[in-house]
Write a protein that binds this ligand. Sequence first.
Ligand SMILES: Cc1ncc(COP(=O)(O)O)c(C=O)c1O
Length: 395
Amino acid sequence: MKKDNSTKLIRSGLKRTEFMETSEPLFLTSGFVYNSAEEAEDAFKEQKKRFMYSRFGNPTVQMLQDKLADIEGAEVCWCTSTGMAAVFTIFMSFLKKGDRVVAGRALFGSCHHIITKILPRFGIEVELIDGKDLNAWEKALKKRTSLIFFETPSNPCLEIIDIEEVSKLAKKKGVLVVVDNVFATPLLQKPIKHGADIVMYSATKHIDGQGRVLGGAILGKRSHCDEFIKPFIRNTGPSMSPFNAWVLIKGLETLELRIKQQMKNTNLVIEYLQKSKYINKIYYPFLNDSPQIKLAMKQMKGGGNVVSFEINAKTSEKKQKSFSFLNKLSLIDISNNLGDTKSLITHPETTTHHRLNEKEKRELGITKNLIRLSVGLEDPEDIIEDIDNSLENLK
Ligand SMILES: Cc1ncc(COP(=O)(O)O)c(C=O)c1O
């Protein structure tokens, strides 16, 4: 098997049936039958390896898991029904009462909710820090810690955290390193290569990339995943539907093509935004004047397809101008999803991050005039024209 991503995206994981179908078969079945009671007993005792029930495992889901593991360079992958199910499964599998979690503060809204609202209810101590600051990690890890969690690039301001250096600090203390790699995709960043133990995805985003299904993935070492993740998924049921797995397998086949073109489009949109008198700040990891460009280049192959920016406005008009900009767009859709072939735009302060308090929003740069754009596959001239028309008509 060739080792490059292009081949793995198309070929890895495929297991043909006796019918020798070209495309991966969809096993849309909840259960599997046994030839005898003895066979069922052996299967439940794990003396015979076979599919038993789709909450435990399914051949189509397994094909997706094998493909994702091969692309990521991980020993195993466990898929879940959504990205948030993957995040919650990781926490609930590895943590217990009395444990402590340290997380980078720049988190997707629902990850922030789990960490700050749900985990403490189970007697788990949590600390949020500025993930860009290595001294803050060092200081936080002086207290006995079980797991660290961070998103890089982060949602929505695309902050970059140094995976290698943070992992080194964590390894010295025997702390499990979990990275949310949603924005980068497995093609632009491989956290395990930089020292992370566990990587998670919302497959809903670029892996599907066509706005059809929800999904999540957890990747890591066989020892970690089989001991902790496998029994949690099997017994509590955040399992992925075989239908969704099949759609995601098809999505992966075009991931590289989509990402390459979406990044080209994103760079053209950024060039336009940089020249616009209506824009005052742009967040993107690979901007020449970004303070984080060196770090981004160390661990990422490209900046991805999400760019955030602030619209120029007086303090009292920030929200109204941002809403007016969104409402005047005619091609780009207002939607909180991202990674889609369609360009999607959102106002994080009132949507994905609306539950954060004012202090948290300030710390993360989530202002009332911040806009997050996920650049799609439309003709870049059309995307830019839409943004331009809307900005020119701002009142
Ligand atoms: C960075 C990040 N992590 C996790 C998730 C959760 O994924 P899902 O919506 O598939 O549950 C999202 C979704 O928006 C996200 O942007």
